[in-house]
Design a protein around this ligand. Sequence first.
Ligand SMILES: *Cc1c(COP(=O)(O)O)cnc(C)c1O
Length: 417
Amino acid sequence: MMHIDFYQQQLTMERISVADLAKQYGTPLYAYSKNQILANWHRFQQYWPNPHRLCYAVKANSNLAILELLVAQGAGFDIVSGGELKRVLHAGGSAKSVVFSGVAKSTEELTYALEQGIGCINVESAAELERIQEVAKSLNVMAPVSLRVNPDVDAKTHPYIATGMKANKFGIAMDDAMPVFQRAHNLSHISLIGADCHIGSQIMSAGPFLDAAKRMFHLVDNLQQQGIELTHLDLGGGFGVTYEDVEPLDIQQYLTGLLDLAKEYPHITLLLEPGRAIVADAGLLITKVEYLKHSNDKSFALVDAGMNDMLRPSLYQAWHEIIAVSKDNNSTDKLVDVVGPVCETGCFLGHARHLNVAQGDLLAIKYAGAYGFTMSSNYNTRARPAEVLVDGNESFVIRERETFDDLIRGERLLQRD
Ligand SMILES: *Cc1c(COP(=O)(O)O)cnc(C)c1O
C-alpha cells in the first residue's frame, strides 16, 4: 500500500493533503510518511529472521525522529561518521547496534566509537587497521572489526555497480585481502569478527548482490582454512528504488536467495545496510512555482526549492518525478524545465517535464526521502527547509525551518563596537 497518492484530485500523504502541509508549514518543505517508512522497513524484516540483522544506513536520512522510529523497530545502524553515531545515540539507539563504515575515519572518530562500545568497525584499508590497533591499545579495549573487501562483481553484466569493483577508493581488493585478514587476526587489540562489502547503490536486480554474496561466502571458506573464523558477514546496502517506471528490485527474491546461500553457514550472522530503500519513496519535497518564464523556445517553471535543498539532480543528473500537487487546476500542460533559485545553471530539479502548472501552484518532487535533506546546504545563504513527519491525520515538525540566525551562527565580524 502506498501512503502517498491522489485522493479526490489532491496529492495526499497518509490522511493529509499536501497542499495543507504547504499552507501550514510553508515551502520548500520536506514531508515524510511515517507509515511508508515502517512499511518499507517491514518489507525487509519479514524475510529476515533472527539472528540476522538490518542496519539502516543513516546517511540516507539522518533526522533524529526517523532514527527514533527505527530504534523502536529494533533496527541497527550503519554510520559513516562520528556525527552519525552521536545522532543514533541521541535518538535512543545503542552503540552496540552500530557498524561504522567510511574510508577516512579520524583518530577522534575511532576513539569516540570505541569509547561508546561500537558494534563493529568496517575497516577500509590496511592503514586504517593499524590506526584502530593503536587507538584500541591506548584505550585498553578490543576493537571489533570487519574488513571491507571488493568482491569485484562483473560490471559489464551489471551496469549499476559503482563501488564494488577493483579500482575505487572503497575497501580492499579481494586478491589483496588475505594478508590483511591475517594481520587483523594477529593484532593484540583487534577482534576480527567479520567481512563486509557494499557493491554500490541503486542496484535493480538480485543478480549482482547474490554474485557478491557467493564471493563473500567463498572468502569465509578460505579464511576458515587459514584458521580464521568469522561470525558475521555484512553485505551492505544499495537496494534500488524505482525513480523511473522500471521493474522494482525483488527484495523477497534477494533475501530468500541470501538465506539459501547462508544455510551451510549456521555460525554466520548476516547483516544488510539498506538506506534509500527505507526512506526514498516515503518523502516529498514540496515546492511552489514562483514564476513561469518563456525564453526563445524554452519554458521554465522557476520554483522556490533549489539545488541547495535537493542536490541529486545537479550532482548525478538523477531523475526525480515531479508532479502537480493538485489535479483540478485549469491550466494546460506545458513542457517546462523545473529550475531553482540558486545562481548556477546546474540548479535544476528536472528538465523537459510535461506539467500542468500556473504561477503559485505547488509541485512535489517524489522519492525525496533519501539523500534529499541530508545532502542539503546553505549555498546562496538559503535557509534549509523544515522537515515534517506525517502519521495518519497528524503532522509533526521534526526539524524547524532554518532562520538567518542559524545560518550565521559561529561567524564573527572582525570589527564590532
Ligand atoms: C551508502 C551506504 C549504504 C546505503 O546505501 P543505499 O543505496 O542507500 O541503500 C550502505 N552501506 C554503505 C557502506 C554505504 O556507504
